[in-house]
Design a protein around this ligand. Structure first.
Ligand code: ADE
Ligand code: ZN
Length: 382
């Protein structure tokens, strides 16, 4: 076996978390191509004012580290669940719903995202949503997914915690056998609610032995800084849970610093605004802090004006540990594969960088070492 820097390491397992980035030869995309899990894709669409570009895009095995399961509710499923549950939607048809997917900022999206959750009523609803995501994710090359759900958004509208947790978890339990995707569940807490509310739900999750691997922090960022949730994250750490937080999506770079220092998070969701603070970038590079970047989300929520101006290439060039994720794919124009296709088409992202992003995602996951080794081998590291 070889280590990632090419040095022979007889019989030894590769170091997974602190491994240096591969050189172009080590990344060896040709080799990696031979056992790719999913069909290659072809780019057939471009922005309305640009010519259609056709180029083959090879799907890489990736870990999806930033995904809100409620953000995978496709319009068709929203209507199907509404009908099944006798819920009247405030949209006459799919077109009228889709017409609402023009967001001006994070809050304008969150308003629709929370409203559409009304169709999730039963365990079966949560299970159907989860199954639909896994099927689509597997086709996108996702081989491991760490899935956030927002329990407070359901409990607050009268859905029992057991209903949402069990509905999602029942599908995740068989995800590897059914879809070839290993999964972990992360309970995300809404930062625009109180810390008391979050602590109450976390205690309930612990008491019911919910199969959660960690906690996250999401929803309206600005005005709800990490400092508000110090006790929540201390309790999660005490309970042996992983910790992640959205920071630096719309909020300032100081929220990223505070999430690391005050909440002791292991990954930052988004983190793109770190680029405004060179000292912070230096720190994130030195510590190899994972940043789960979501390019199409950032464009749709106007965190960046256009994909062409997205900081991902600069983040890669700075040596940051970035991965590509879909966030709320049903709302933002695509899944992980769509993000990669757009990055290649619009930003000219090289195969070398795509392999680097894929390996970053696997190494930054909370999967066990055996699974990471397996997925890195699929990517061409052996
Ligand atoms: N909840 C779902 N998607 C989110 C996002 N992009 N930012 C913050 N909270 C979210
Ligand atoms: Zn998110």
């Amino acid at each position: 076996m070889e280590t990632y820097d090419g040095a022979p390491e007889p019989g030894g397992a590769p170091a997974l978390s602190d491994a240096p980035l591969p050189t172009a030869e080590e990344a060896n995309p040709e080799h990696a191509a031979k056992d790719r899990p999913a069909e290659d894709q072809t780019v057939t669409e471009a922005a309305a004012d640009e010519p259609v570009v056709e180029q083959p895009v090879k799907l890489l095995p990736v870990a999806e580290l930033h995904l809100h399961i409620e953000g995978t509710l496709e319009p068709e499923l929203i209507f199907a669940l509404a009908e099944r549950n006798g819920i009247e939607l405030p949209y006459a048809d799919l077109d009228e719903l889709r017409a609402r997917y023009e967001f001006t900022d994070l809050q304008s999206f969150l308003d629709l995202y929370y409203a559409n959750m009304a169709v999730l009523q039963t365990e079966q609803d949560f299970a159907d949503m989860t199954r639909a995501y896994l099927e689509r994710a597997a086709a996108a090359g996702v081989r491991h997914a760490e899935i956030m759900m927002d329990p407070q958004a359901h409990v607050s509208r009268g859905i029992p915690l057991e209903t949402c947790v069990n509905g999602v978890a029942s599908v995740l339990a068989n995800s590897l056998a059914e879809f070839g995707v290993s999964t972990l569940l992360i309970a995300a807490f809404l930062r625009d609610l109180s810390e008391e509310s979050a602590l109450g739900v976390l205690e309930q999750l612990l008491a019911m032995n919910a199969p959660i691997a960690g906690i996250g922090l999401d929803s309206a960022e600005v005005g709800n800084p990490p400092a508000k949730f110090e006790r929540l994250f201390a309790r999660a750490k005490e309970a042996g849970l992983h910790r992640i937080a959205h920071a630096g999506e719309e909020g300032p770079p100081s929220y990223i610093i505070d999430a690391l220092e005050l909440l002791d998070v292991e990954r930052i969701d988004h983190g793109i605004r770190c680029m405004e603070d060179p000292d912070l970038v230096e720190h994130l590079v030195a510590e190899r802090v994972p940043l789960t970047v979501c390019p199409l989300s950032n464009v749709r929520l106007r965190a960046v004006d256009t994909l062409a101006e997205h900081p991902l290439p600069a983040m890669l060039a700075a040596g940051l540990n970035v991965s590509v994720n879909s966030d709320d794919p049903a709302y933002f124009g695509g899944y992980v594969d769509d993000n990669f296709v757009q990055l290649q088409t619009v930003l000219g992202l090289s195969e070398f960088d795509r392999v680097r992003l894929a390996s970053n995602s696997i190494r930054s996951s909370f999967a066990d070492d055996e699974r990471k080794t397996e997925l890195l081998a699929e990517l061409g590291y052996s």
